[in-house]
Design a protein around this ligand. Structure first.
Ligand code: FAD
Length: 306
C-alpha cells in the first residue's frame, strides 16, 4: 500500500489534528537535519492517536514517535511510514504537589509551571529542550536530577493501541533509558510528585543552572545535545577533548569548540555529515583510549538513495 493511500485513510480518522504528506523533518529536529517523512500525523485527541496507531498496526505501517526532536538525528533519506507528533497534547495540570503533564508538553514549561507553583523537583529540567514524552523515554536528567526522581506513573499506549498505566518501578528508568524505548511504548502523559519549596531557592537554582548551561553549551548552533552517554567512571566530553577532536568534523558538522560532547550543525550540514562526525569521534576515542562510546542520540530513518 502506498503513502498516498495511508494519507487518504488517515484523513478520515483525523478531524481535530492535522496530517501532512512528504513533510521535511528538519523543521522538527533541533539539529535542523533530516529528510522527509512519508506522513507526519499530529492527532488532536487521544481517540485520534489510538486510531492512527491501530491503523498502522493493522496495515503494518511503521510508526516513529517524535517529541521535540532534541535527541534525534534523522537521516537524509527521511522516515518511511507515519511519524506521530504529539504537539497538540501540551496540557500541564498541578493539583497540590502533583503534576500531570501530557506527552507533547515541553519539559521546560513543566519546570516553569512547577517553579511558579512554588514546587521543587523540576529545576534540573529548566533548560532541557525536550517534550515530556521524550524526557520520559530517555529518563532525561541534568545537574544531579533526573525524571526518575520525581515520576510516579505514566500513561502509555502499545503498538496495538491499548492504553495502560505504568508505575515508576514498571517504567524501569535507567541512565538515559526506560521500558518505553525498550518495548516501543508511546507515552501519553506522566504524573510527577513534587515537593513544596521556597520560592527564592527555586528561582536561584533555576538561574544558576541556566547560567551554567548557557556558559558551557554551544546553544547558538543547532545540535542534539550530548551525543554520547557518559562512559562508566569517565566523561565523554573529556575523552573527546583529550583526543583533540574539537573543531573537527565533516561538511557543516563539527565537534563543538565550546563543549566537546556536542556535535553542532555549524553551517548547512547534512545528516550524513553529522553521522560521519559521530563515527569519527567514536573511532578516534576508541583508538586513543580503548573506550567504546555509546550513543545517547537516536539515529532514525533511511540513507538518501542514489
Ligand atoms: P525526541 O528527540 O523527539 O525523541 C527522543 C526519543 O524519545 C526517540 O526515540 C523518540 O521516539 C522517543 N519519544 C519521543 N516522544 C515520545 C513519546 N511520547 N513516547 C515514546 N517515545 C517518545 N538531555 C538530558 O537528559 N539532559 C540535558 O541536560 C540535555 N540537554 C540538552 C541540550 C540541548 C541543547 C539539546 C539539543 C538536547 C539536550 N538533551 C538533554 C537531549 C534531549 O533534550 C532529551 O533527551 C529529551 O528528553 C528528548 O526529548 P524530545 O521530546 O526532544 O525527544
Amino acid at each position: 500500500m502506498s503513502k498516498h493511500r495511508w494519507f487518504e485513510d488517515l484523513n478520515t480518522k483525523i478531524q481535530n489534528g492535522w496530517l501532512l504528506l512528504d513533510e521535511p523533518l528538519n523543521k522538527y529536529t533541533k539539529t535542523r537535519l533530516g529528510g522527509k517523512a512519508d506522513i507526519v500525523a499530529a492527532p488532536g485527541t487521544m481517540e485520534e492517536v489510538q486510531a492512527v496507531v491501530t491503523y498502522a498496526y493493522e496495515q503494518n505501517v511503521p510508526i516513529l514517535l517524535l517529541g521535540n526532536g532534541s535527541n534525534m538525528v534523522v537521516r537524509d533519506g527521511g522516515v518511511r511510514g507515519i511519524v506521530i507528533y504529539m504537539a497538540n497534547f501540551n496540557h500541564i495540570e498541578i493539583t497540590g504537589d502533583k503534576m500531570v503533564a501530557e506527552a507533547g508538553a515541553h519539559i521546560i514549561d513543566a519546570s516553569r509551571a512547577a517553579a511558579k507553583a512554588c514546587l521543587s523537583g523540576l529545576e534540573f529540567a529548566c533548560g532541557i529542550p525536550g517534550s515530556i514524552g521524550g524526557a520520559m523515554a530517555m529518563n532525561a536528567g541534568a545537574y544531579g536530577g533526573e525524571i526518575k526522581d520525581i515520576i510516579t506513573r505514566a500513561t502509555v499506549m502499545d503498538n496495538t493501541g491499548k492504553i495502560f498505566v505504568l508505575s515508576k518501578d514498571e517504567l524501569e528508568l535507567g541512565y538515559r533509558k526506560s521500558i518505553i524505548t525498550e518495548k516501543g511504548y508511546y507515552v501519553l502523559s506522566a504524573e510527577f510528585r513534587l515537593t513544596p519549596g521556597v520560592q527564592r531557592d527555586i528561582d536561584l537554582t533555576v538561574a544558576d543552572l541556566t547560567f551554567q548551561r548557557e556558559s558551557k553549551q554551544p546553544l547558538e548552533y543547532p545540535s542534539a545535545g550530548s551525543v554520547f552517554k557518559r562512559p562508566p567512571g569517565n566523561f565523554a566530553g573529556k575523552l573527546i577533548q583529550d583526543s583533540g577532536l574539537q573543531g573537527k568534523g565533516f561538511g557543516g558538522a563539527e565537534v563543538s569548540t565550546k563543549h566537546a560532547g556536542f556535535i553542532v550543525n555549524k553551517k548547512d550540514a547534512t545528516a550524513t555529515d553529522y553521522i560521519r562526525t559521530i563515527q569519527m569521534v567514536k573511532d578516534e576515542v576508541k583508538k586513543k583510549f580503548g573506550i567504546e562510546l555509546e550513543m545517547e542520540v537516536k539515529i532514525v530513518g533511511e540513507e538518501l538513495s542514489e
